[in-house]
Design a binder for this molecule. Structure first.
Ligand SMILES: *Cc1c(COP(=O)(O)O)cnc(C)c1O
Length: 458
């Protein structure tokens, strides 16, 4: 065990991790990054197959982003946005508004996905008070939703494993059926889906819209739930219904934003402008923590008034709009333009698609899901009868662990193996990653791989 592993195991508590297992298991210490690879202290290279938990877009040590951060560092690392302006925050806000679905006009900064969601929830709640409809207080959320780990974000979450412990601390929400096509029990018509999952929303809105402040949704893909895909038209229907019933829509694109689905923002696939758009993860290209909650002029205007009128939005964080992070984000957006990143994705997404049938042929792979550059394999003990593996087998975790031998870092969520490579990965790199994944899968089910798990649940 090297010095860093020893220090970690002695002093550090990891996120989403059972530490008892963690300290017993051999762990990697990442020292450097190079393109889409991570390099450990032993000099071994691994593909960053989950983009360092869904954040990295253009690879590590991108010269343009490195340079932008250094240039900003020569001016100032941080100054507060409470009472002062910094240069990159305004420039970035303009760029984000231009890129975002039409109608989103204002940018409120925070530090991570959870706070971007919290800000949206609080703004939605306060908005109705300013509109003289303070009885609109409830939020609707999807079953299996994940919006972050702070208490407000957990309140609108629905991943039982993560959230049940904190139930007594949470505010009450109503849950809509999870619109996951693979797990759908509402209809057999997968081709011409009648969107019965959205009918539940209509029923609730029709009866209770007067007490409902907003609906929060991860558009297209419920990521942390296991990359669950929604039927085409679902998001559009949710937007139409929320508009019809005077309920605000919060789109949490923390995971799916910035090109992951093949378009800059997932909402674009269905021509939707939400009332709030929560962004983080990829916003800085995966370099520094930053988040933004975008909203409309209508919402912003409702908060205008004299100081004594009590319309101010009392929310903020010490590092709000951090200049280094904003500079990184601007450089990331420049790369999108200069490298035509979105245009270049078509070929990469087609490559991922071409592996779907092949991976799905494996006896333990129940479903292969893909949306743009997001892919997932749901493992099942019995595909026909849809029987899961016993949870204690940690089967998907073993696959991820085995992939490391072939130079690929990926993570599982329960029995789902997830794959979300940096957008910058070349087709050759993607092929190498998928080949490693396939070999790991074969090893685990042929018994060649040592079953292992590092205690990390996410
Ligand atoms: C990761 C994630 C969050 C939380 O973001 P953090 O930066 O971890 O706080 C919120 N929503 C979605 C959809 C996410 O994937």
């Amino acid at each position: 065990m090297n010095k860093w592993e020893q220090l970690d195991k002695q002093f550090v508590w990891h996120p989403f991790t059972q530490q008892q297992e963690w300290v017993r298991t051999e762990q990697l210490v990442i020292e450097r990054g190079e393109g889409v690879k991570l390099i450990d202290t032993a000099g071994k290279e691994y593909y960053d197959g989950v983009s360092s938990l869904w954040v990295n877009l253009h690879g590590h040590r991108r010269p343009e982003i490195d340079a932008a951060i250094r240039a900003q560092l020569d001016e100032i690392a941080h100054s507060t946005m409470l009472g002062l302006i910094n240069k990159p925050a305004g420039e970035l806000a303009e760029r984000l508004v231009k890129l975002a679905p039409a109608g989103l006009a204002k940018v409120f900064y925070s530090d991570d996905g959870s706070t971007a969601v919290e800000a949206a929830l609080k703004m939605a709640f306060q908005y109705w008070q300013h509109k003289g409809q303070g009885q609109k207080q409830k939020f609707l959320t999807l079953a299996s939703a994940y919006h972050g780990d702070t208490i407000g974000a957990v309140s609108v979450g629905g991943v039982d494993l993560f959230h049940r412990t904190f139930k007594p601390l949470l505010f009450e929400t109503a849950h809509l059926p999870c619109p996951s096509c693979f797990h759908c029990t509402l209809t057999e018509q997968k081709e011409a889906c009648p969107l019965l999952c959205a009918d539940a929303l209509e029923a609730i809105l029709a009866e209770h819209h007067e007490s409902i402040a907003g609906v929060i949704i991860e558009p297209l893909v419920q990521a942390a739930a296991g990359m669950l895909l929604q039927p085409k038209g679902y998001l559009r229907r949710v937007r139409d219904l929320t508009q019809q019933y005077g309920v605000l829509l919060i789109a949490d694109e923390v995971a799916v934003g910035f090109g992951r689905t093949g378009k800059m923002f997932a909402c674009e696939h269905e021509g939707v402008t939400p009332d709030f758009l929560a962004l983080s993860k990829g916003i800085t290209g995966g370099y520094l923590p930053l988040a933004a909650t975008l909203t409309t002029r209508e919402i912003y205007d409702a908060f205008l008034g004299e100081p004594h009128e009590g319309k101010t939005f009392y929310h903020g964080h010490s590092y709000t709009g951090n200049p280094l992070a904003c500079a990184a984000a601007l450089a990331s957006l420049d790369i999108f333009e200069q490298d035509n990143v979105l245009d270049g994705l078509a070929e990469k997404m087609a490559l991922l698609s071409s592996y779907r049938t092949r991976l799905a042929a494996h006896p333990a792979v129940g479903d292969v899901r893909q949306c743009g550059m997001i892919m997932a394999l749901e493992l099942l003990a019995d595909k026909e009868k849809r029987v899961p593996f016993p949870p204690e087998k940690m089967i998907a975790s073993s696959v991820c662990r085995a992939a490391r031998q072939y130079g690929l870092i990926i993570r599982n969520i329960g029995d789902v193996v997830t794959f979300m490579p940096p957008l910058a990965s070349t087709t050759a790199e993607l092929e190498a990653m998928l080949a490693a994944l396939e070999r790991a899968l074969l090893d685990v089910f042929s018994g060649a791989a040592v079953r292992a798990n590092d205690g990390c649940a996410f």
